[in-house]
Design a protein. Structure first.
Lengths: 329, 248
């Protein structure tokens, strides 16, 4: 089946600045893909190109098999887009605004009459539909932007930072809404909040300095990098004995231990990739008659991966720069 | 062109949902009301003259245009750019030209509406003159036609400057400067070159001279063609400026 989004070798240069540098990726129908990167990584630029607001400097971009530059209007009919900062006409009423937008999106009158109450309901806006947008709270405005994106039942939803500036309760509501929408739409959303993608997306694309650094499911990313994380063990028992026996447990790569108080040892165990030695550790402790006070696996979070990947990239970049400097000297 | 009605409706709503539309019309009516009163007073004190009240009135058309046209047009595109709403507008299945056209139509409608309000003066003149003042409706109608024909071009120029910046004040000042050049500088050019070949060109271009014709009931095709082409050019440039985000 044709992918929903197909980006090949996309490059975007603004006066002197390369915002995107040879970006390629695909999004399949039905996926929820998270676009992850620090501020200024090129997320919004990619989204603006996908929606036809600005063109690429080079490369091919297709949405549902249509070239976004050649068939700009057809692509825009198929995409629901919520731009960064969610710009809205603040002097309009919610229902008035959605009516205006549905006309622009070419919804026939009959369909409009059905669809507007539907999206108002879906986004929890029914009670404020007669309020002026400028007087609504940020959370409600965000939902108005989302409702607008949903109006024409687009194949593809592109949401640029949909939860920015919301309070924790609102964030949770918007995330749930996105998850529900994912059942019927393909979604590409950008964020720099990591738990967001972990919770809502089936796939993560990490972008940094206009380049894609990784693209995988959140679980796979965690597996490939730092498999399994560390295991924290706290045991009441003779220090050196505990260390020696735990190091010998099947699946343990290395350990580091620290005496914390009378007769207690705190051990950080690094497991071999793909292994989970927690049961072995418990059995060893029990067999020696020590007391187990704690056994925890600290999961590697996407945040660790993100920091690690972008940091490695920054170091590599710094190295390249250093080399260039030494060549010049 | 499918989207122009919806966009135009939004434009007209925007003038009257904010205070802007009311302020512009109020300011205009105060200025025009004061000049109307002074013209009538002047004519009454001078006794009978060849000049009619509406002629004196139309000859002041440039003053409100110079200030109010930039005030109407300054926010049209500059504000959309600043607030980012242009992005949401242009990522809907709408062409750049449709947006530009709707904004121009909306501003022309407001401009026409505010001038139409001065039609009330004719009713006043009718009522109090007792038939003494010449109130030939033909020249009055062509005078209004001239005002709309010239005004719609000035609005297209104002819209063009609004597309060039995201700052409303900048848009106002550039529009003011361009309109000032067009209205005043050409007239000065005419004043100093009268009788020469250059003078003929300036005379043809001068909005004051054209307005003179219009208010006497002379509807010349040439200024109509001039302003129609000028507007087409200005709207074309505006569309290209809006599109320029695509080739910068």
């Amino acid at each position: 089946m044709q992918p929903m989004i197909k980006v090949e070798n996309l490059t975007k240069r603004y006066a002197g600045v390369t915002a995107l540098n040879g970006v390629s990726f695909e999004v399949q129908r039905g996926e929820i893909v998270g676009f992850l990167g620090p501020n200024g990584a090129g997320k919004s630029t990619t989204m603006r190109i996908l929606t036809g607001f600005i063109p690429a400097s080079s490369g091919r971009v297709e949405v549902a098999g249509l070239d976004v530059f050649e068939n700009s209007l057809e692509v825009r009919e198929r995409v629901g887009y919520m731009p960064e900062n969610n710009p809205l006409y603040v002097d309009m009423r919610v229902s008035e605004y959605l009516k205006f937008r549905s006309k622009l999106k070419g919804l026939p009158r009959v369909e409009r009459k059905e669809r507007i109450p539907e999206v108002l309901e879906m986004c929890g806006l029914t009670d404020v539909s007669h309020r002026i947008i400028g007087q609504l709270s940020k959370g409600y405005r965000q939902r108005v932007g989302l409702a607008d994106a949903l109006l024409a039942e687009p194949d593809l939803l592109i949401l640029d930072e949909p939860t920015i500036g919301l309070d924790p309760v609102q964030i949770r509501q918007v995330r749930q809404l996105i998850k529900d929408l994912g059942k019927r739409h393909t979604i590409l959303l950008s964020t720099h909040i990591l738990p967001e993608v972990e919770m809502t997306c089936n796939r993560v694309i990490i972008i940094h300095h206009g380049r894609i650094l990784a693209s995988d499911t959140p679980d796979n990313l965690m597996k490939t990098l730092h498999a399994g994380g560390l295991i924290q063990v706290e045991v009441r028992g003779p220090g050196s004995d505990v260390q020696a026996k735990l190091r010998a447990v099947e699946g343990v790569e290395s350990i580091s231990a620290k005496l914390i108080e009378d007769g207690c040892v705190r051990v950080a165990v690094t497991p071999k990739p793909g292994d989970d030695p927690r049961e072995g550790i418990y059995q060893t402790v029990a067999a020696n008659g020590w007391t187990l006070r704690e056994l925890t696996r600290t999961r590697t979070t996407l945040e660790d991966i993100f920091v690690q990947i972008t940091h490695e990239e920054d170091e590599a970049e710094e190295e390249r720069r250093e080399q260039r400097r030494s060549v010049l000297r | 062109m499918r989207n122009v009605p919806a966009l135009l409706r939004r434009e007209l709503n925007a003038y009257f949902a904010s205070v802007l539309g009311y302020i512009v019309i109020m300011f205009f009516l105060v200025v025009m009301g004061v000049s109307f009163v002074s013209i009538v007073g002047e004519l009454l004190s001078r006794g009978s003259t060849q000049l009619t009240v509406m002629e004196g009135f139309f000859s002041w058309f440039w003053l409100p245009s110079l200030f109010l046209v930039p005030a109407i047009t300054m926010r049209l595109l500059a504000e959309e750019k600043r607030a980012g709403t242009l992005e949401m507008l242009m990522t809907a299945p709408v062409t750049d030209f449709e947006v530009v056209l709707a904004k121009w139509l909306g501003a022309v409608a407001l401009y026409t509406l505010m001038w139409a309000a001065t039609g009330f003066y004719i009713v006043i003149l009718r009522h109090f003159s007792g038939g003494q003042t010449a109130l030939d409706l033909g020249p009055i109608f062509s005078g209004y036609l001239g005002i709309v024909v010239i005004g719609q071009f000035l609005i297209a120029v104002g819209l063009m400057t609004s597309a060039m910046t995201r700052n409303q004040v900048t848009a106002f000042l550039i529009a003011f400067a361009l309109l000032f050049l067009y209205l005043i500088a050409i007239w000065f050019g005419y004043y100093f070159t009268r009788g020469t070949a250059a003078g003929k060109v300036f005379e043809f271009l001068s909005a004051f001279e054209q307005m003179n014709d219009f208010q006497r009931g002379v509807v010349d095709l040439r200024p109509l063609v001039l302003y129609a082409s000028g507007t087409v050019l200005a709207l074309f440039v505006t569309t290209r400026v809006v599109e320029s985000r695509k080739w910068r």
